[in-house]
Ligand binder design. Sequence first.
Ligand code: ARG
Length: 462
Amino acid sequence: MATTKLWGGRFTAKAAEWVDEFGASIHFDQQMAAEDLEGSIAHATMLGKQGIITVDESTQIVEGLKVLQKDLADGTLVFDVKNEDIHMNMESLLTQKIGAVAGKLHTARSRNDQVATDFHLWVKHRLPHVLEAITELQQELLKLATTHAGTIMSGYTHLQHAQPITYGHYLLAYFDMFQRDYERFEFNQLHTDILPLGAAALAGTTFPIDREFVANQLGFNDIYHNSLDAVSDRDFALEFLSNSAMMMMHLSRMAEELILWSTYEFNYIELSDDFSTGSSIMPQKKNADFAELVRGKTGRTYGALMALLTTMKSLPLAYNKDMQEDKEQVFDVMDTVIASVKIFTGMLSGLKVHEERMLASTQDDFSNATELADYLATKGVPFREAHAIVGQLVLQGLQTHTPLQKMSLAILQSAAPQIEDDIFNVLKSETAVNRRTSIGGTAVANVKKEIARHQIKLEARQ
Ligand code: ARG
């Protein structure tokens, strides 16, 4: 006889300890202990209400589970790998507290709908923290963008100087990316807020359960309407991983710029001491370690998404043990994504911006070449021809180390007689920025309007 396992009735031989350990998930799924107890309390209450077990039995079970809740909070619960996972550990602990009546808790449910419920609850409880962290980051971005609505810097394509922009405009680009991240996580909530419990193993149950009641008790917005889908669906977890991967990609892009822009060569920004580290050998060093770490952690987030997508691929309906591999990825990414967003908010709040360096980067770099070409085009020169004329002037400027705005009017006119002396104002980077008033353009007035629009959006969130 090998009935020491909760499911041991039909078994005659015991597995070796190391084999049991391979199958166990208690070392990580104990993170869902609170959710497991919450789900069990709702289930036991429903069983009593429906007369599936007696009210007295239901009360004993609920009271026992509440004692376990207290023990959990006090940190006195001890889990045993022999009980495989959090669900069987809790049942065994409950049996120690209230005796054989604990065995009635598992009526009309299976570990398959139980684990799905715990996992849904776990993600449902934590998505608001993700949203909160994103909002704080967006607030920080708006603050910085307000200070730097008019701070001119070089804009890049191919990492080559392209056209002048403002730092505020740059920051708002990230605001928009994080806005989409926010909306994706909000949508993720819809698919998480669904109750699987009541699907039992896969086909539903013959007991007269009340799933709406359980959903209500647990605060779920909806219930799964197909029992097979209820126990097989991990889309909510995959959506979370996918949203996180996308968000980490955004953070990683910004991290790259923070790192690059704080180099000696760029010197556009300086990270505060509390978000930098030194070197154990080179006394002068100030490294952007935290930005680098966020950039690095993007890798494990992508890895988690790929891992779970691959685990779920080809799984026949309904539950398969493969699905036990879902939780560690999600647990890890939840910690990673919240911490990374918070680190970013901290880094941005202490950021020193070297405005004069940013402006200087636009003064001798020919990033106003488009202004001159556009100027000629408005004077009737076909743009293609204007492009060629300005290209010649740039070449000449590079050879003589003279930026366009430092060339004499006579030289400019010898290239194109249409040029008049109003060109010198046109060639200023400030003018280049402020004339870009097209919707979405970098003009300071645009940036200020966008900040106001975003502020309303953030205020509406409270
Ligand atoms: N520990 C399992 C998991 O995480 C719980 C469900 C087990 N169900 C089963 N039929 N073996 O997926």
